[in-house]
Design a binder for this molecule. Sequence first.
Ligand SMILES: C[S@@+](CC[C@H](N)C(=O)[O-])C[C@H]1O[C@@H](n2cnc3c(N)ncnc32)[C@H](O)[C@@H]1O
Length: 192
Amino acid sequence: MSQADRQKWNEKFRQNPALIAPRAPSKLLAEFIESSDFKNAKALDLACGGGRHTIYLAQKGWYVDGVDISSVALEKLADRVDLKRVKLIEADLDNFKVEDAYYDLIVMSNFLDRELIDRAKRWLKRGGYFFVETYMADEANQKKDSNPDYLLKEGELKRLLGDFEMIEYREFWNESYEKYRMRKQGILARKR
Ligand SMILES: C[S@@+](CC[C@H](N)C(=O)[O-])C[C@H]1O[C@@H](n2cnc3c(N)ncnc32)[C@H](O)[C@@H]1O
């Protein structure tokens, strides 16, 4: 499965390099980072892809570990970041592990693995933040052939992070640069 996934994503990024071109970070995440005062804190970007959040957080002074299954995405990203601040890890998140209570922030964006959200909670320090933002099921979504398993249900992120303190929750339409207009959901929640 993991080998097939790796090939699928590498092929997709080779055929359409625009998918891993530099892009703006999520508004919700950027608002939080701009209004807080972390010094040399540690973040984990799960399924970092082209690395819009890895790049952004490193520019803001974070140490970032970016994990992705695609060597094509990671090779491009390696040229765009300061590797003294960023560690790029080629791995299948289905079997990825790190030490407990290590990170100040974990990011999962445009990617949904409910089981991984649950597993990753222990990798956060107490008081650390989990940011998740991805697509939702909605009748008005333009992309009609999305796998429903990878689409969030109404309010689902609040349930998935129900044991955390909710700092911010939003439902909104996606960024204009994306090909299809899609409903999204984002949450920033703090580990108790
Ligand atoms: C749509 S991109 C999202 C990239 C980035 N997080 C963003 O917000 O722009 C999804 C990423 O998930 C990665 N991915 C898919 N399955 C994975 C797995 N099992 N383990 C690690 N990465 C995976 C893909 O290689 C791809 O880079």
